[in-house]
Structures are given as C-alpha cells and as structure tokens.
Design a protein around this ligand. Structure first.
Ligand SMILES: [Cu+2]
Length: 131
C-alpha cells in the first residue's frame, strides 16, 4: 500500500461515516441516556434527547420511582405526550425504570414517594424530532 492510499482511505471512511448520520434517520441506533436518582434529586434534572432515544434511571440510594402520570404536588395529570410510571425501588444501583420516548414534546415527572417531589425531586425531558 503506497502513502497515497494510507492517507486517503481513512479520509474516505470518515466521510462515509458522516453521510450515515446526516440527517438523522429513524433507523439510527438508539441512544440510552442515564439519569441518577437520590435524596432528593434527579441528576440531571433536565435533559434533551432525540425522538426514539431511551432513558434509564439509576438509584443512587433511597426509595424512589419515576412518575410521569399524576403530579404529586398538584394531584393533576401531567398531560405528557406519553404517560409513563414506574414501580418504586430502594435497591442501590438498581435501574428504577427504562423508557423509550417516541413522541416529541416536553415531559414533566416527579418522584411520588413521600414528600420527595416537594423536596425538589422533579424532572423534565425534552424530546426533539428526528428529521
Ligand atoms: Cu424519591
């Protein structure tokens, strides 16, 4: 292999990879985002993802859930683009919940355990359309 090919093959590979991802398509690999949950936070509290991506919530410690159904502070429905709600777990390091977000929009959720939401355990997810 001469020097010309050694130089140009990686460049061709680079551009072919770029084309695979521009624009994003529905058959793109799913990205999994991680949010950590503890007393009394979701970290990060606010996240922006692409349509079809999934989020997993990992328990840092304490008893928590992921509630996108009824606002624990107001008792009103969150009216999210998709409803989601998980069981609670106190197992440290466990996955509390995992969900793929296929509907574009802004989602609000909280932890419905005790007064966790009142103590600031609330979160927001923004799901962006893929073209
Ligand atoms: Cu909690």
């Amino acid at each position: 292999m001469n020097k010309f090919l050694v130089f140009f093959i990686p460049i061709l590979f680079f551009f072919s990879c770029e084309n695979d991802h521009d624009p994003p398509e529905a058959n793109e690999p799913i990205v999994t985002h991680t949010i950590f949950a503890g007393n009394f936070y979701y970290d990060p509290p606010s996240i922006t993802i692409n349509q079809g991506d999934e989020i997993r919530w990992i328990n840092d410690g304490g008893l928590h859930d992921v509630n996108g159904e009824i606002n624990s502070l107001t008792n009103m429905a969150f009216d999210n683009p998709e409803t989601f709600n998980s069981p609670s777990t106190s197992i440290v390091g466990a996955e509390i919940y995992r969900h793929a977000f296929n509907t574009v929009g802004v989602y609000n959720y909280d932890c419905s355990v005790g007064s966790h939401a009142l103590n600031g355990m609330i979160g927001t997810i923004t799901v962006l359309a893929i073209e």
